[in-house]
Design a binder for this molecule. Sequence first.
Ligand SMILES: [Zn+2]
Ligand SMILES: [Zn+2]
Length: 392
Amino acid sequence: MKSFQAETENLREQLIAWRRDFHRHPEIAFEETRTAGIVAQRLNELGLEVQTGVGKTGVVGILEGAADGPTVLVRADMDALPIQEVNDVPYRSEKPNTMHACGHDAHTAIALGVATLLAQHREQLAGRVKFVFQPAEEIGEGAKAMIDDGVLTYPTPDVAVGLHVWNTLPVGQVAVTDGPAMAGVDSFRMQITGSGGHAAEPQQTRDPVIAAAHIMTAAQTIVSRNVRALDAAVVSFTRMMGGDAFNVIPDSVELWGTLRNFSAEIRDILIERLGQIAQGVAQGFECTVDLEIARTLPPLINDSNIGERLRQGFASIRPDLTVVDDLRTMGAEDMGLFLRAVPGVYFFVGSANSQRGFDFPHHHPRFDIDEEALTIGTSLLTSAVADYVWSR
Ligand SMILES: [Zn+2]
Ligand SMILES: [Zn+2]
């Protein structure tokens, strides 16, 4: 594997400047027009073939090598979150209630860095690199929107790579996980309908509030009783809505929640049992249930051969880093949609530094990263791509 550490070092100030600029000007899902504009302009300057408006606000840049060869997809997400930043830093978000609290500002900067480095070596590339700057990861819709717009065709990628800066991993550590690395997710909505009335005369009602409480409690047994203890699964209720007054039993209650899994088999169990429990319990309380699976993402599954190749390569060119192979999270990522279609790897680059206060979790109003992760991420991602398109 070819090292780009020294060349990345020359980009350090630029990477930090890009990341801080995106951090100051965050944009939430499908509103990434400023970010996309800067990305498209930079890719144009580098001489890439640029397409904008892919999946609404996504940008695609194709770097053609001098000779023919495979197509490598590099994916970076660009969107921020509706969170009010409370960090007191010079690059603090200038937009109220909008913040890069997941590190996608870093991902965009890193992918621009990779494009910059590889564009300088166009003559040595056999194949092409397809840079995919994706919108709307946080609502799980951006990857789908870009795929629907044909991002996986003309040319069809042979390999897909990407990374996430990770704040539970100390800076200097990198995780390339074999197989399932991030969870599949189904969001659900459940309407429990009974018959409301005066709270003083509950016998005249069919109370959906009590039914909802029992459904939520009984559903906790799905993970503990229906899923094998060695398999990973989560059932979480996240929102309950119903009623308007102290003394009125409402007609209906709505519950929201999320189901997480690492396999289709577990996913089927979670959905089937949630439905059975909801129907059965509701019936016991003389209520009815309407269950709707609102949004689905597959688990993110890394290709083990590509993972092994990257782990060995990273360890050989960066002996100063610690490369681990077992980081898994029940968090979800729509990069899983790309990796379901194209073999590849999504790896984690440690960005935590507790001595400097960079250890708040993702999506926290004080989230921030050790910017050393920018140069580490850029050099490793560049090496990973070059490993497939460098002419030998
Ligand atoms: Zn996030
Ligand atoms: Zn993220």
